[in-house]
Design a protein around this ligand. Structure first.
Ligand code: ATP
Length: 731
């Protein structure tokens, strides 16, 4: 027993909450016409997910809700709650009891609740399909619809049989797989189109990245070349700087030294030279005038001497001839006395005075003598000797002066010579100074160009950093190759030009922010690779799905054919029991193209479905003792009997958990009602049955009976009844 109970609330005529609890395998529902019995069967349809309003005798969801009566106002919702015993895991869900509830609101909104949790319709449908409770509705035979299976199209009939055979689950799986396949195909197309979309961008990015890589290679090359160049340049600048500094210092020193010497030489020329010369000139002049004087004196003396010598020769006068001796003796005695008087004096003044007096007396004496007496020969001789001595002295002086003059003139010429030499030296020194100055300015110019070289070097480092980044600093660690400092500057210049060319090339490559493009390329490439993998995955799952679908189709086909055999066997049995002979058979039609209802699919599906080959099920009947064949010729009762045989045989082969039969027995005569009741009992062993009936034999087959009544308020009510009461209730 799977169905435990069903609760109707606000559903159709069940304006009040009403519960049916099922205590037997066969439950009969009885009641007068219009009391609401069929509403119970529809409640089952509803809660199991029925979507066709028509099959619940309604036009819209609102029609399912209690519409109200003077005594009970209308409801806003209708709900049906069915409780399954799931202790045998009929439903594939880990609960001992499963409660499925469906609610409909006046706005047509539906809700499905599974064990208290709101779920989707398809969750309910799947769960039920797994338990062979299908959607084709053959388990719920509505009133007057017993022969629905006969009226159905071959396709619908096949669906009902498939449903009865429990193939619905496979169909669901197949439909699901087909849906997935479609989705996969869509995704494949989408993925392909995404790849197509990014392809040109990727190609563009790839070419950009190639350019960037080339530029990077050039940059690396530049970094290496620049490091080498800068290391050499730096070393060269340092070397030149030091060398030129030393040179400048040496030149400065030399210049200072030379300037000092020039100053000295100039000083010497000014102070020593000129003055010495003028001194010499002065001395020479003085000596020359003295010499001229001496010469004049010597000439005069020579003339005088000639004259004196002549006079002396002619003079024969002697002293004795001239002087009175007694007079001289007197004078000599007086002189001696006066001298003696002076010698005795102490006072210097008195002595001087006395000596002056003496000199006067001597002069007066001599004058007294000579004035009156001629010169003597002796005196003339004396005069000659005196003159000769003077001449000799003057001539000596003359010689001395001549000698001095000669020396001074020599000195003067030497001094002049020295002056010339000094002048020459000065000129030489001055030219040396000029040379030193020009050498120094040369060195200074060289130093200025070294400073320029250093500035350029710093600029090159900065520019290098801007171009190749920190890699430029490699020059600080780079070793200076041997002989680098002595090489020709042109070689380094060549390097510089090469670096300039590289820089231009890098600039011309025109790649700005390379990192962004590389990143974008990487991302786009990764995306493309991802899409490629995705595509491969999708294609693999497309394959897998096709395999699954093929497998499912095979399984469905096999099980269908096999099940059909069994159904036909049971059908033969039930048919003969009901008709006392004859037979009926379900046959697979030859496949043909079928069109679906155009309403429930879009154009694309329609085209696809149009091409579908479908083999429906036809039914052939042969009645006993009658030659006619075919469904069309059957009477109403015969149709009902055939339908019952078919429904029962389907239930027999793959018993559903439950069957709801709403007055399926309505058209049966008494004999057939009994047979029907027997078959119900038989079926009841395998499936739970809820039979709505007016038929006593059927009521008798039920283990439990519910009576549904409706009083003047229009509300259906339920009561449990005994068989004896049931017939009464039913009327
Ligand atoms: P019969 O034995 O003649 O087949 P029944 O017992 O099966 O009758 P139902 O067809 O189940 O009767 O019930 C029909 C009753 O339900 C009618 O009286 C109808 O007015 C009532 N009904 C249907 N829908 C609603 C609704 N939405 N609100 C109130 N009553 C409703």
């Amino acid at each position: 027993m799977y169905l435990k109970s069903i609760e109707l609330s606000g559903f159709k005529s069940f304006g009040k909450k009403t519960e049916f609890v099922f205590g037997s395998k066969i439950v009969g529902i009885v009641g007068p016409n219009g009391s609401g019995k069929s509403n119970v069967a529809e409640a089952f349809r509803f809660v199991l997910g029925e979507q066709s309003m028509k099959s619940m005798r309604s036009r819209r969801g609102e029609d399912l809700i209690w519409g109200g009566s003077p005594s009970l106002s209308r409801q806003n919702r209708a709900s049906i709650r069915v409780v399954f015993d799931n202790s045998t895991r009929l439903l594939d869900i880990d609960f001992k009891e499963v409660v499925i509830e469906r609610v409909v609101y006046r706005d047509g909104q539906n809700e499905y609740i599974l064990n208290g949790t709101q779920v989707r319709l398809k969750d309910v449908v799947r769960l039920l399909a797994g338990a062979n409770i299908g959607g084709s509705g053959y388990q719920i035979i509505s009133q007057g619809e017993a022969d629905r299976i006969l009226n159905a199209s071959p396709r619908e009939r096949r669906e009902m049989v498939e449903d009865a055979l429990g193939l619905k689950l496979y169909q669901h799986k197949k439909a699901e797989s087909e849906r997935k396949l479609e989705e996969t195909a869509r995704n494949i197309e989408k993925t392909k189109s995404l790849r197509r979309e990014i392809a040109p961008h990727l190609t563009f990015l790839r070419s950009q990245v190639e350019k960037i890589e080339k530029a990077r290679e050039m940059k690396e090359e530049l970094a290496v070349k620049l490091s080498d160049y800068l290391a050499r340049e730096h070393a060269w600048i340092a070397q030149e700087d030091a060398r030129l500094l030393q040179e400048a210092q040496a030149e400065e020193k030399e210049l200072k030294h030379l300037s000092e010497r020039v100053r000295e030489a100039r000083g010497k020329r000014g102070v020593g030279g000129e003055r010495a010369l003028s001194d010499l000139h002065g001395k020479i002049g003085e000596r020359e005038s003295k010499l001229a004087e001496a010469r004049r004196e010597s000439e005069r003396l020579a003339r005088e001497l000639g004259r004196a010598e002549g006079a002396a020769k002619a003079n024969t006068v002697t002293t004795e001839q001239l002087v009175a001796i007694p007079h001289v003796r007197t004078f000599a005695r007086e002189m001696s006395e006066e001298l003696a008087g002076a010698e005795r004096e102490v006072d210097v003044q008195v002595i001087r005075h006395k000596l002056a007096h003496l000199r006067e007396r001597i002069r007066a004496f001599v004058e007294g003598l000579s004035g009156s007496a001629p010169e003597t020969h002796e005196e003339s001789e004396q005069k000659v000797r005196a003159l000769d001595a003077s001449l000799k002295r003057v001539r000596e002086e003359e010689d001395l002066l001549s000698g001095e003059l000669e020396n001074l003139r020599k000195e003067l010429s030497q001094a002049r010579e020295a002056g010339f030499a000094a002048e020459r030296d000065l000129i030489a020194l001055e030219s040396g100074v000029r040379e030193a100055q020009s050498a120094l300015s040369g060195v200074q110019n060289a130093r200025a160009s070294i400073r320029e070289a250093r500035t350029r070097f710093e600029d090159e480092v900065r520019e290098g950093i801007a171009l190749v980044g920190e890699a430029v600093h490699g020059w600080e660690r780079a070793e200076i190759p041997q002989g680098a400092l002595s090489e020709d500057r042109n070689t380094q210049e060549k390097r510089r030009r090469e670096i300039e060319r590289l820089k231009i090339k890098i600039e011309e490559s025109g790649i700005g922010d390379g990192d962004t493009i590389v990143r974008e390329f990487k991302q786009t490439k990764e995306r493309d690779e991802f899409l490629d993998r995705e595509l491969a995955d999708l294609e693999a799952s497309e394959h897998k799905l096709k395999d699954i679908i093929a497998d499912l189709e095979r399984t469905i086909d096999e099980r269908f054919r096999d099940g059909l055999k069994h159904i036909n066997a049971a059908l033969g049995d039930f048919f003969t029991r009901l008709f006392g002979g004859g037979g009926a058979k379900l046959e697979i039609e030859s496949p043909r193209r079928v069109k679906h209802d155009e309403d429930d699919m879009d154009e694309e599906d329609f085209i696809e479905e149009e091409q579908e080959l479908y083999a429906g099920l036809s039914i052939s009947v042969s009645l006993p003792r009658k030659k006619v064949r075919g469904l069309e010729v059957l009477s109403g009762g015969e149709r009902a009997l055939t339908s019952i045989a078919l429904i029962f045989s389907m239930s027999q082969v793959n018993p559903p958990p439950f069957l709801i039969l709403d007055e399926t027995d309505a058209a049966l005569d008494e004999a057939n009602s009994k047979r029907y009741a027997d078959m119900i009992r038989e079926l009841g062993k395998k499936s739970q049955l809820i039979v709505i009936t007016h038929n006593r034999a059927t009521m008798a087959a039920a283990g439990e009976l519910y009576g549904v009544t409706m009083s003047g308020d229009g509300v259906s009510k339920v009561l449990s009844v005994k068989l004896e009461e049931a017939e009464k209730v039913a009327k």
